[in-house]
Design a protein around this ligand. Sequence first.
Ligand SMILES: Cc1ncc(C[n+]2csc(CCOP(=O)(O)OP(=O)(O)O)c2C)c(N)n1
Length: 320
Amino acid sequence: MENIPRDKLLGIYECMLRIREFENKIYYLFIDGFIPGTIHLYQGQEAVAAGVCANLRKDDVITSTHRPHGHAIAKGVPSGSLMAEIFGKSTGCCKGKGGSMHVGDIDVGMPPAIAIVAGGIPVAAGMALAFKFQKKNSVAVSFFGEGATNEGVFHETLNMASLWNLPVVYICENNLYAASTHIEKAFKITDIAKRADAYGMPGRTVDGNDAVAVYSAAKEAVEQARAGKGPSLLVCNTYRHGGHSRGDACTYRPKGEKEEWLKKDPLIIMENMLLEAKLLSADGIKAMKEKAEQEMIEASEFAKASPLPAPEQALEDLWA
Ligand SMILES: Cc1ncc(C[n+]2csc(CCOP(=O)(O)OP(=O)(O)O)c2C)c(N)n1
């Protein structure tokens, strides 16, 4: 932490706060009936998106999943257009045609998220291959849950990415559950990072609730990819505070489990670190929280006031 500039640390913390506020707002807006379909919220996992994306440039790209809001904010999708997209409004980052599970904005390096589990993994390899052909030193980063690492395409892609030395970083967010399935019911191994060994790339596991640990480990992986030294797998152990999606009451979780994880809330860990290092005062934290809250109030007002797409817009932006 000593070697990380204060601005960088505050930027990571601010990003985490913005994600938390955004998701808290979405939670209530869903209840109020503003959001069609379902949503998969990211509270509890903020340190991963914020810590990883703090290493990325605008010309780097990410792929995301059915749980994409945090990744979008961390990669720089404006909160207003993100919120409007989730509302299905024409001012959304995908003109209201994507919705919660397909948010993205190519201008900031995020093609629309892919809700097919593990679907973003080969797409990231493809974009990394393009960077290689174009002789750019941009990096592709793919976020996915631990459930995705049991899909065949994870294994096929990691093998190929390693063989072709692609500038791609694989970020597995191990939040213990794939929907309601606990990792113990789906894995014989306990350290998913070991899977990287099979494909000849570095694999590492970090505390995914510690944003500084995530940032530092991702820095190494991103620098390695950018330097033409190939892909790696980083597993971030974390926990989603809410249900898998909005209809999930989490009846499969043992009593007390969530409470234990709430003590390790990534925001609390980061706040304590900043306070102890005297990089931020309690008043400073309060001011940053208020700023993030205000931003998301404005984002929701923008989304509410925006028009729905006109029916004829359904026929625009089609390629076939
Ligand atoms: C190929 C495929 N199979 C099943 C689903 C249904 N599904 C959506 S999310 C999910 C669980 C994914 O778990 P994980 O990859 O660990 O991500 P997390 O939800 O924990 O972020 C499943 C089974 C899907 N979207 N795609």
